[in-house]
Design a binder for this molecule. Structure first.
Ligand SMILES: NC(=O)c1ccc[n+]([C@@H]2O[C@H](COP(=O)([O-])OP(=O)(O)OC[C@H]3O[C@@H](n4cnc5c(N)ncnc54)[C@H](OP(=O)(O)O)[C@@H]3O)[C@@H](O)[C@H]2O)c1
Length: 494
């Protein structure tokens, strides 16, 4: 059996209790929520999943669960979600609201959630927050996570609060930041705060704790710090990662401590966009280790060490078996309001096509590999240049890569695109997430007529103001070169 197929809770000593009744999981589309849902379903629980934007992919991914659309910032939309719920997980989060708004928005979401839970007689809320003590000049992100905990417990529903430091697992932002820093630069500049201690935890252990506390009623109303087996400074974590993958580095201690500067540089070297890296780096000045270890009294299993978690994550990554990734929930789904089919008609449309004798399936399979190991098939340098420009101005760039090189699902990220629609052997619709003066999509279609396939690519653009119009007209001359070559290459590789 493949390591990625082994349930995380296989050695958890608690007993599944599906008789608890309906469990609401918020943040189900996120990195942790997605993995928790899989594990709870394996243990036989009846789940209702709160999502902000419905997608045909949800029913496919979680066929035995109820899907309910709601936004924690909109109280009315939550009322319905909580009907008949016994336990609710709070895994709602966004690092992308910006420092100014984050605390206010997160507290509002938590208050709405608590009130809706209370009104509907929910028996327990389980929240995963972040380590870091109030009064220690916490970063905006860590302070906000603590404020959410305080807001949630400020009601009648008992809350179990779990607090963790950085999470190491395939697809986690921290794992990809450290890993790419180590892989992509021979010289590592160490800021002063690289000597701060942290207690990283493996994604497997996070899920075990989240499931374990559900199955132990006595954890209701309690706060627990959860962490991995080992504590390290950030410098040690980088050194250990380099050692594990056999990369020698030159380390230089610097006196610069500006997290924005380091965050920006790190975002250029890693797939994770600048706003997320900066948010995480701001928190590195704060020591995040477990002070309260009461969790060991109730759930006594040996968590993984940092290096064990890294080895497991590398293993799963090399097998192309990543289940969820940090990019799954970025940007907020509500920013994706205007889907292509919802627009009356984008102002600019440009289509190129060619006939092909290759089978529908082989053309489709090739299209679905786009942006992965095989790049953009042709004119890769142009896509990379566009991506580099985007990253320089704090956009997402093309380096975000993909969750899996061989599989694709709706909402997956591919460089600076996100999959908006996917129909087997028919089409792949990508929505642009780079910085643009308008909204853009790229669609691949395969149509079979009289035994011959027609392969086409269409660019859609809905401009914003004059800048949008200028943008479109300045790129139009390149479309013919890029798209014709792209179609030719898809055919050759199919
Ligand atoms: N990842 C880590 O390294 C880490 C470390 C320590 C603690 N934690 C904690 O773990 C929890 C989950 O983190 P994560 O990494 O899984 O986050 P994530 O991948 O960013 O997912 C966040 C989830 O929140 C949902 N969401 C955001 N705003 C919402 C709103 N207004 N209403 C309803 N849903 C909303 C998102 O839904 P959409 O798909 O609609 O955007 C997404 O499903 C957080 O509480 C975080 O503090 C994470």
């Amino acid at each position: 059996m493949n390591i990625a197929d082994i349930p995380y809770c296989v050695d958890l000593k608690t007993i599944p209790k599906p008789e608890i009744g309906t469990i609401l999981v918020s943040g189900a589309t996120g990195y942790i929520g997605g993995r928790l849902v899989k594990e709870l379903l394996i243990r036989g629980y009846h789940l209702r999943l709160l999502v902000r934007s419905a997608s045909p992919d949800h029913a496919k991914r979680w066929p035995d669960s109820e899907i309910v659309v709601g936004d924690a910032l909109d109280y009315e939309s939550l009322e319905n979600a909580f009907k008949g719920v016994k336990v609710a997980y709070y895994l709602i989060h966004s690092l992308l609201h910006g420092r100014k708004n984050l605390e206010e928005i997160e507290v509002k979401a938590a208050a709405n959630f608590r009130n809706a839970a209370e009104k509907n007689g929910v028996e327990r809320i389980i929240y995963l927050g972040a380590l870091g003590d109030d009064g220690c000049d916490l970063s905006t992100h860590l302070q906000s996570r603590n404020n959410v905990a305080v807001e949630l417990v400020n009601g009648k529903v008992p809350v179990t609060v779990l607090r963790a430091a950085i999470i190491i697992g395939s697809g986690s932002a921290s794992f990809e930041i450290i890993g790419n820093l180590v892989k992509n630069t021979p010289v590592v500049l160490l800021p002063k705060w690289s000597k701060t201690y942290c207690q990283p935890i493996g994604i497997r252990d996070i899920i075990k704790y989240l499931v374990g506390v559900l199955e132990l009623g006595e954890t209701a109303g309690k706060w627990y710090d959860i962490g991995g087996k080992t504590k390290h400074t950030y410098e040690e974590m980088i050194r250990m990662f380099s050692y594990l993958i056999g990369k020698k580095k030159i380390y230089i201690n610097t006196f610069v401590s500006d997290y924005k500067f380091f965050g920006y540089i790190a975002s250029l070297l890693t797939p994770v966009p600048a706003p997320i890296v900066m948010s995480l780096f701001e928190g590195i000045k704060n020591e995040v280790i477990c002070k309260n270890i009461d969790i060991r009294k109730v759930l006594d299993f040996e968590p993984l060490s940092y290096s064990e978690a890294i080895i497991l994550a590398l293993n799963i990554e090399s097998q192309d078996m990543i289940g969820t990734r940090w990019s799954d929930a970025y940007p907020h789904s509500h920013d994706l309001d205007a889907k292509l089919h919802e627009l009356e008609k984008p102002k600019f449309i440009s289509t190129y096509s060619r006939k092909s004798k290759k089978t529908t399936n082989s053309l489709y399979q090739t299209i679905c590999k786009i942006g992965g190991k095989e790049g953009w098939f042709h004119n890769n340098w142009m896509w990379r240049l566009r991506g580099a420009g985007d990253k320089m101005i704090m956009g997402v760039g093309t380096s975000r890569g993909r969750r899996s090189n061989s599989k694709l699902r709706i909402n997956d990220v591919i460089g600076f695109w996100r999959v908006e629609n996917l129909e087997e052997n028919k089409c792949l619709l990508l929505r642009a997430e780079m910085k643009l003066p308008g909204k853009a999509w790229l669609e691949f279609n395969i149509k079979n007529t009289d035994g011959e396939n027609q392969l086409s690519v269409t660019a859609y653009f809905h401009p914003k103001g004059l800048a949008g119009n200028i943008y479109w007209y300045s790129f139009v001359p390149f479309h013919s070169i890029i798209f014709k070559d792209l179609l030719k290459d898809i055919e050759i590789r199919s």
